[in-house]
Design a binder for this molecule. Sequence first.
Ligand code: ZN
Length: 348
Amino acid sequence: MIKDKIKLFLVIIFAVLCDVRAQADFDAIEKVSLFQENGLYNLDIEFHKKASFVPRVHILPNGMQIFLSFNKPINIPKIGKLNQGIVKGYFFEKFGNSSLMFIMALNQKVEFVKKKYTKNSIKIVFRKKPTIIIDAGHGGKDPGTRSSYENYPEKTIALITAVELRNALLKTNHYNVVLTRDKDVFVSLDDRIERAKSENGDILISLHTDYNKDKNLRGISVYTLPPIGFSESDREFNETLRKSKQFSKSLVGYIPNLCKIKHQACRSSELKILKTNIPSVLVELGCISNKKDSKLLLSKLFREKVIYAILYALDEFFDKEGKNSERRVFGKGNNERRRHFQKKQSVF
Ligand SMILES: [Zn+2]
């Protein structure tokens, strides 16, 4: 009897040990790391050389989900800290005995760039969507200037164009957009600048209309800050200014000559709204002191033309090779839309 009891005890011990071993002997995931290089984030998951798995990757606007099915029971992996500011949190969750879900939440909107699977690793490359701060000038008790010929103030055109620009940018699915105001309210310049900083803006575009004593003067112009010097301490400022000017030049390049102001479309002025720590431009959409411009600014086709110029310039700015510019603005192989756009050039 005692022998039998010992036998049973040993069998139980053996079974428990086997079970513990079965659970403990397979750490399928060796390492999870995330690093940033040239503005791209690389998530690497490295597997045990004996791991055999089927992955399913879902990229979400603010994170990602990776579902991994293994051919044997696995442990919940212990992963170290992913030291990147973009990561809000992450964890592994177990499904059944042999499946894992890796969930990572990010504090920025991202877009998928590419993924690569090897026998023992998964690499996912993604990038932060650039945040575009659109600043509709004036608003509320501050109407800005008033058209000399049509019955509208500057603040109205600025807001309409800002909302249209936001919609066009969101349609490309490549940008995160923040408006400093989306209705007819007064927002101080300090609050606008603060907003651009707190939203981690990558570029600020302030929209206004021009007013000139010379009623014949008409056309679009783009302002950046004037240079203040090139001392070592101003290096950051000068780099931001260089980027602002680069964007301004590119934007003006996408505006037909007919629509640009006569003397110089790229201009500089000590405008307070441009004193952010990010590349910033102020676009004068036209002169509301001029009869033709006053009317044009009311035309959706005209505004669309300026919006496309801004879109092209942004695509060029954030994707220097410019390879994807057309795809971005018009969508994949959307020739019809492109033809439509070309036809619209006759508006002016
Ligand atoms: Zn203004």
